[in-house]
Design a protein around this ligand. Structure first.
Ligand code: ATP
Length: 340
């Protein structure tokens, strides 16, 4: 339903969005994930029409809405926007805030529609409150109701949960996800929070320095990273050099299986939870140099003189700092491109 091609935006002499391509499907929740300053919000603002693109095109349901030489005004794009700080009017009640986005409806219908929208986000009982007398999560649900008022085709969510404390963040996230799915709305979420993207999105585009490094489902991005950057951004990972010979690669940790065939010098990624420690038995021996207790699990750092690796175990693993161990893989590694 949304097709973005070769989208490029330069501020002064810095290209902050650099020839990116992606599509968002009907009813799909798509996330733009990446570190601060990588161009996520600028991409969202280009889709919303708050910025003009230098190159490329943006099509919504087959119609060009933005890109080089095309700029449909934001209010005519059929796109809703939810901001990080909710952007509610403090001097208006909740229902007045929602009704404000319904100016195209006759006055009589406006309040009825606003009530329906508040019912949808389960805030009908708080409709006469001031937004300032509500929790952050409730305010964000009001903002979502307001953005859905004009029946947009696509909702854009810019770090919508980042101002909420961790507990409220998770419950609001679940609630908003359920709601978007129940009304079959397509949405794009911008976030730098990996866990949020993994749990909220159907597909994720990982961005770095204005470009998209990889697009895929949360499982693909997590388990089959294509680059060392994606592997490390999505959680801890061991990036190890080796010589591949088809489905196996010879590394400093010994021989590892690899997901898809490769030959010659390669870098592979293997997650700490896919390695185990064993008593030395003729293989490559390392020394435990760090034991990091995380409550539900433990992360160990093993020193092999010329390199270190991380191993994640159950919380009750008895191995202590200073012990000698061998490290074995219990899952296949994935060949990745090194960072450039
Ligand atoms: P964050 O997670 O910190 O919001 P982001 O990935 O959303 O980061 P953007 O807000 O898109 O990143 O910004 C990308 C780069 O573009 C940053 O270096 C930012 O300073 C720069 N930038 C954004 N808007 C403008 C502007 N209007 N003028 C000049 N530079 C800008």
């Amino acid at each position: 339903m949304l097709n973005v091609q070769n989208l490029t935006k330069t501020f002064s002499d810095t290209t902050v969005v650099n020839a990116i391509d992606f599509t968002v499907g009907e009813k799909e929740i798509f996330a733009l994930l990446g570190p601060s300053g990588c161009g996520k919000t600028t991409t969202l603002r280009l889709i919303a029409g708050f910025e003009k693109a230098d190159h490329g095109k943006i099509e919504l349901l087959g119609q060009p809405i933005g890109g080089k030489g095309t700029h449909v005004p934001p209010e005519k794009r059929g796109v809703g926007f939810v901001f990080q700080n909710y952007a509610l009017f403090p001097h208006l009640s909740v229902i007045q805030n929602v009704a404000f986005g319904l100016k195209d409806l006759p006055k009589a219908k406006r309040m009825k529609r606003a009530e329906e929208l508040l019912e949808m986000v389960r805030l009908q009982d708080l409709q006469h409150r001031s937004p300032q007398a509500m929790s952050g999560g409730e305010q964000q649900r009001v903002a979502l109701a307001r953005s859905m008022g004009p029946n947009p085709k696509l909702i854009l969510l810019d770090e919508p949960f980042s101002s909420l404390d961790p507990e409220l963040r998770e419950s609001t996230r679940l609630e908003v996800h359920k709601l978007l799915k129940s009304v079959k709305m397509s949405a794009i979420l911008v976030t730098h929070d990996t866990e949020e993207a993994l749990s909220f999105a159907d597909r994720i585009a990982v961005m770095r320095q204005g470009q998209i490094e990889q697009v895929g489902t949360p499982e693909e991005i997590y388990h089959k990273p294509e680059t060392a950057f994606v592997a490390n951004f999505l959680g801890q990972s061991n990036i190890i050099q080796g010589i591949a010979d088809g489905r196996r690669v010879q590394t400093q940790l010994g021989q590892l299986q690899i997901e898809s065939p490769a030959f010659g010098q390669v870098s592979v990624s293997i997650r700490p939870e896919h390695l185990v420690m064993e008593t030395p038995n003729g293989g490559c021996v390392g020394t435990v140099c760090k034991r990091d207790f995380k409550g539900s699990d433990l992360t160990y750092e093993i020193d092999f003189n010329d390199h270190r690796c991380l191993v994640q175990t159950n919380y009750d693993c008895p191995v202590q700092v200073g012990q000698s161990v061998e490290v074995k893989a219990v899952e296949s590694a994935v060949v990745v491109q090194e960072q450039t």
